[in-house]
Design a protein around this ligand. Sequence first.
Ligand code: ZN
Length: 308
Amino acid sequence: MVSHRVLVTIILLNVYIGVQSVFYLFGGVLLTILFAMAFLNGPRLLDWASSPPHLQFNKYVLTGYRPISSVQDCIRSLFYLHNELGNIYTHGIPLLCFLVLLPLNIPWSQISVTWLGVVHFLACLSPQLGSVLYHLFMNHEGGEHVYHTLLKLDVCGICMINTLGALPIVYTTLLCYPFIQTVALLVYILLSTHAIYCAVTARSSVRRLRSFAWQALFRFSFFLLRWVGLGGGSPTSLRHFLMMDALAVLGGVINIMRIPERFRPGLFDYWCNSHQIMHVLVVGSILYLHWGVLDDLLWISSYNCPSD
Ligand SMILES: [Zn+2]
């Protein structure tokens, strides 16, 4: 008969080896990409004026535009330097990390509302997935039509994290008021559906931002409920959620204002331009959402609502 302690040791050893393998896998993928980059020569890149009109959305990025390409050539562009490479990898690498590490990081056995964990996991993946597809295939030979479809997909990803990401927050804040909780969740889903429609059909980034604004306002009213002590939730999560929104807003403002490339057009064509900075801030924002939701999910399992 194997003793309990030996069994636990074997399980822990297996988990340890599993985590190590994940890191080795990432290392392998990264090395392969770097190796391929060293040997693959890309096509001749275009400057702003000679790139297709639908790709001329940032007049401060002067060079490094990929020519119109087939699906295979778009995928090949993962392995040579151009002005969308940073955008692809700043969301591509976190997408792979989140896909593997988030399920391992959610304490499934300790949380009592499993569907909130699943919804949260999907919410965290959606913006990066839409973004990677948009940036990778935006120069597809299908032209403007394909570009606008991909842009809608990218916007949809942001809408999904705004919608799905907020459900655990609404659920936890109103934990002790089940009827109001159900109504609030339904209202939020319905209004979010309308916001998604508005954001996807918006013709400018300012209009798009406006359709996200009311969702932020709705979330903020829940933060306010928590702050005045009327809403439920872990005492530590509100701080995380405020950081989440602060980083997202900062990213949005930097992106719209085209900082820093507007001050030195051409200098930030490949690295550190406004869109890449926004991507990094969005990843930070998702991490804060994750930490806040984790605190809340654990809080739900340990909290008993007052009986009166
Ligand atoms: Zn992007």
